[in-house]
Write a protein that binds this ligand. Structure first.
Ligand code: XBP
Ligand code: MG
Length: 257
């Protein structure tokens, strides 16, 4: 029985466009605090986003962009300290200036809650960052809207590994056929499909629009609002102007037919 019971959302790039003006700025502030002249430009950051996880991204940057840099002896604690500072900057950015949720996200979350749909999050970012975004961009009690918040280092392997979505399904106590996932990136798509979830809606953004979303049920520009109708970029025309609960049911049935 493939009744749609739960919606599992990625965070960065899906709930909000957090990468360019949030995480990237926070990384640069942490580097500057540490006296490092590293500047992750919009372009460089776009390349680094192929690596999920902030700590993993810093390590990748050192290896591939600064091979001549001599890090302190204990590289992992050096990176962990930088990343902790970055997280503090990110949390502050979520308060001031703050970041809006992407079009249609709040509408769909409210509609889903009102209809008794179960909600979950499966993200690579840290739990503190999820809390900061939800509280400041959605609602003070928004964390309580999600039964499960699967985030960051809670699993051994980050996206594209399926671990985070598998963990979220386990916590929900639901099989993949009763869940639908929302993602924005190729790494996210691979992670979802690896978990066995088949109904998958992708909303693209400037960093991910040209990535390979093979296996996604539908790819759209965003979830749509009255003022900003959404467009189906790839997949069956199951959505009219906005992704609402009827559209989710149609997408889910299509994915499992
Ligand atoms: C996106 C990521 C995260 C963020 C940075 O997560 O890969 O690493 O870029 O956050 P998702 P951290 O799309 O799965 O939400 O520095 O906390 O990792
Ligand atoms: Mg994402």
């Amino acid at each position: 029985m493939t009744k749609l019971q739960a919606l599992v959302f990625d965070v960065d790039g899906t709930l909000a466009d957090t990468e360019r003006d949030g995480h990237r700025v926070a990384f640069n502030k942490a580097f500057s605090d540490a006296g490092l002249d590293w500047d992750w430009t919009v372009d460089i950051y776009g390349k680094l986003l192929s690596v999920t996880g902030g700590k993993e991204r810093i390590k990748y940057f050192l290896k591939h962009f600064l091979p001549e840099y001599q890090p302190p002896a204990d590289l992992d604690s050096f990176i962990a300290d930088l990343h902790a500072a970055k997280t503090e900057h990110y949390k502050a950015l979520m308060v001031d200036p703050g970041l809006p949720l992407r079009p249609g996200v709040e509408r769909l979350l409210r509609e889903a809650r009102a209809a008794g749909m179960r909600l979950a999050i499966a993200t690579t970012t840290t739990p503190a960052n999820v809390t900061a975004l939800l509280r400041n961009s959605l609602a003070e009690d928004a964390e309580d809207w999600f039964e499960v918040i699967a985030a960051g280092d809670i699993v051994p392997a980050k996206k594209p590994a399926p671990d985070i979505f598998v963990w979220a399904l386990e916590q929900l106590g639901l099989p993949p056929e009763n869940c639908m996932a929302f993602e924005d990136s190729d790494n996210g798509v691979k992670s979802v499909l690896g978990s066995g979830i088949r109904s998958l809606l992708v909303t693209v953004n400037d960093y991910t629009r040209n990535q390979d979303f093979s296996g996604a049920t539908v790819v759209v520009d965003h979830l749509g609002t009255d003022e900003q109708p959404c467009k189906v970029l790839t997949g069956p025309e199951l959505i009219k102007d906005r992704v609402d609960l009827d559209a989710l049911q149609a997408i889910h049935e299509h994915a499992w037919k």
